[in-house]
Design a binder for this molecule. Structure first.
Ligand code: FES
Length: 166
């Protein structure tokens, strides 16, 4: 009878990719944040296995890594919707009515910040200055910045996205 040889746990491709990102960046001072940014840039969110992998790579506890992930709203622990809508909440946009726009867009989408619409089409995020203050209030829809925004213009943009024209 053949001897039973225990198999080492197989690392998923997600874990392997996170480990590679970590080993590329872990020499930087304060490496955890840049690594987490790289993880989110790579996957669009921070997968659940990240804390375990980074705890090993950076000699931290899982709780420490979890603490940083949950402290920064920027890090998503679930995949975003098909499109990400950022509303600028910084001063110039505030002075031009972004608070009302924000309230109306939340109502329109029926979600709050860091949430995704029920159909998975839009995730809503705040942002603090898009560098387009002269055209406040501003939003960013995926990679495109749109200035002098109103609710009606936002609705049109979202409609165009649905129709595949934006
Ligand atoms: S304050 Fe909104 S773009 Fe600068």
């Amino acid at each position: 009878m053949a001897a039973h040889i225990p198999l080492a746990p197989v690392e998923s491709s997600t874990e392997a990719r996170i480990r590679t990102l970590a080993s590329d960046l872990k020499q930087q001072p304060g490496a955890l944040l840049p690594i987490l940014h790289a993880v989110q840039d790579t996957f669009g969110y921070v997968p659940e296995c990240t804390a375990a992998v980074l705890a090993t790579e950076l000699a931290l506890s899982r709780a420490e890594v979890h603490g940083v992930i949950s402290f920064y709203h920027h890090f998503r622990t679930r995949p975003a919707g098909a499109h990400v809508l950022h509303i600028c909440r910084a001063e110039a946009c505030q002075s031009m009515g972004s608070a009302a726009l924000e309230r109306d867009i939340k109502q329109l989408l029926n979600i709050d910040y860091h949430q995704t619409t029920a159909d998975g089409s839009v995730t809503l995020e705040p942002v603090y200055c898009l560098g387009n203050c002269a055209c406040s209030p501003n939003i960013r829809l995926d990679d495109a910045i749109h200035g002098r925004m109103t609710l009606a213009r936002t609705e049109r943009l979202l409609q165009q996205l649905k129709e595949g024209q934006a």
